[in-house]
Design a protein around this ligand. Structure first.
Ligand code: NCD
Length: 338
């Protein structure tokens, strides 16, 4: 696909070669994300970061990614503080805000809303999550993380074995990830959820059409014993008709060190888009996994910076200029590995 000026709305728009290009660019962002050097390539550019649903990682990492490329961020969070609360349409909001920004990231509770907004926008729009539908940048960073974690283990994206666990009905990250995996070969996807929270048939069918093996289960321990990746998710309680209904499923699939040691192959990678629900009645990924070197959740979140920097550089067509605008960094900074 042509990235310059493009909206990023669904993983549907990517071919495998596009993914490889994004990952190649993301790899080059490491020194900037680690503050080994800085670049001012987007100096003067403005990101409109519009988040109408709770968000920590996605909102802040999109903002930081833009800052790390030298650009400025203007943010609006929640409906109450925006003119949408006064009845303004997505069309009008898009027409107005795209006059103020060079690129817009948007999260909204309604499925399809970000695409509707993008259709009226004069600048590229990146979907930061539209209801239970899609979360394309998360799927990209998830796949980037899987590739990185499995490197050196003689395992890769082709032939991948992954268990997706939890709320597969409302979880937009697993929808996008499942769809993105359709670009690869011979993937075995095990879908673990209560029957009521199963992966929508649409995504199961896409995976099967791609030639993948899809196994559907409601049993955690049997499903995590032969996989490269355990991808756990949170019960998306905000999408349930009532909180009581969400409570029925909370804590159904808990992974802790004892279960991991007993059932998983050595070095199985543990992922989660975060936030993990750490309340005692949920505890999806127990804190006793924190010292497990295969717990990749924070490396996964770190990778979000690299992938989001790559998306901005590509959509604003400055990939070839990033290093040209590089500067040394003078402040003290811990240079932990990403
Ligand atoms: C996810 C989301 O918002 O869909 N979070 C994220 O962006 N990393 C997952 C979740 O909220 O459970």
């Amino acid at each position: 696909m042509e990235f310059a000026g493009a909206h990023i709305l669904s993983v549907e728009q990517f071919e495998r070669s596009d993914i490889e290009r994004i990952f190649d660019v993301a790899d080059t962002m490491g020194p900037y994300a680690l503050r080994e050097k800085a670049t001012r390539v987007l100096e003067g550019a403005i990101l409109g970061n519009m988040f109408f649903e709770p968000s920590t990682r996605t909102r802040v990492s999109f903002g930081c990614a833009f800052n790390l490329l030298g650009g400025e961020v203007r943010e609006t969070t929640g409906f109450k503080s925006s003119a949408i609360a006064k009845g303004e349409s997505l069309y009008d909001t898009a027409r107005v805000l795209s006059g103020y920004s060079d690129v817009i990231c948007m999260r909204h509770p309604a499925e399809g809303s970000v695409a509707e907004f993008a259709a009226a926008s004069r600048v590229p729009v990146i979907n930061g999550g539209d209801g239970a539908n899609e979360h394309p940048s998360q799927a990209l960073l998830d796949l980037y993380t899987i590739r990185k974690e499995l490197r050196g283990r003689n395992r890769g994206l082709d032939g991948l074995r992954i268990a997706m666990i939890g709320d597969l009905k409302y979880g937009r990250t697993v929808h996008s990830l499942c769809r993105l995996l359709c670009l690869f070969n011979n993937v075995h996807i095990t879908l673990v959820s209560p029957a009521e929270l199963a992966m929508p048939e649409f995504y199961v069918e896409l995976a099967r059409q791609a030639g993948h093996k899809v196994t559907i289960s409601s049993e955690l321990t049997a499903s995590i014993s032969n996989v490269d990746i355990v991808y756990s998710t949170r019960i998306q309680e905000e999408r349930f008709p009532t909180k009581e209904e969400a409570d029925l499923y909370r804590g159904r699939f808990r992974l802790n060190q004892a279960i991991y040691t007993k059932f998983c192959e050595p070095n199985t990678v543990i992922m989660h888009p975060l936030p993990r629900d750490s309340r005692s009645d949920a505890n999806e990924l127990d804190n006793d996994l924190n010292q497990n070197p295969n717990l990749a959740i924070f490396r996964q979140a770190d990778n979000g910076l690299l992938v989001r920097m790559a998306l901005f550089a590509m959509v604003l067509d400055v990939v070839h200029l990033v290093d040209q605008y590089a500067r040394p960094v003078h402040w003290f900074h811990r240079r932990d590995k990403i």
